[in-house]
Design a protein around this ligand. Sequence first.
Ligand code: 8IG
Length: 281
Amino acid sequence: MSLTHPTDSVHPLDVPGSDPRVIAEEAASVIAERTGVSSHDIALTLGSGWGQAAESIGELVSEFPASVVPGFSKPALAGHTGMIRSIRLESGAHALIIGSRTHFYEGHGVRRVVHSVRTAAAAGAKIMILTNGAGGLNPDWAPGTPVLIRDHINLTAASPLEGATFVDLTDLYSPRLRDAVKGLESLDEGVYVQFRGPHYETPAEVKMAGIIGGDIVGMSTALEAIAAREAGMEILGLSLITNPAAGISPTPLNHEEVIAAGRDAQTRLADLLARIVKEIA
Ligand code: 8IG
């Protein structure tokens, strides 16, 4: 039996000497061709709990599996491919919705994790909205609470930047956009801590996250925000608190309650995201 798989092609982002920005340009051309929209104004990555929000934002122009776009990873499981959508807002602005996220814990490297962000930038988007589902350190945040990301702590020990690229990360999560959101709805803010995962934190790790200034724990977003800043985009980050982080709640997590809270939050989140996009796009 052969131990190699000669039909497996090398992923374009893994080709030695390849330039992730060139592959993002190719991806953006395919998106422009598929959607008939030459330039998108804003992009959104919909994380767990936020998936339903796309429909409420505007009129669907086009949707297709992310896997048809260069550099996007093939789905790990058949039928589980993320979709990319192009939505036209009432104002005439165009939103690119990324329904597929490659996580750092999948182990395919940071280039693939941030490829969707680089593609969104190449597609013209000036604003990147990153959403996720996460654990909360504040016991007042019931499952289903949306929280604005004010800043992050990257505990992955990785960076999407290659070489001597010294990018400033002050005000990474745009104060202008956060103020715009707070004008629509009063939301708490927090510092997002990206862990590598895929395991959840120990209670000791959650305690550490709090001591170093964190409020939210998750497995995404920080690396994507760094890539979005490098690309010159303005960034808005939103976490849906789906559970108290390990050790925060005195009673063990009730899985059904967590699922129900996420479900109940759907309508509110979709409405919130639609109003946010309308306000800032
Ligand atoms: I949903 O408690 C969700 N994602 N790291 N910790 C981390 N990621 C998460 C959690 C959590 N809940």
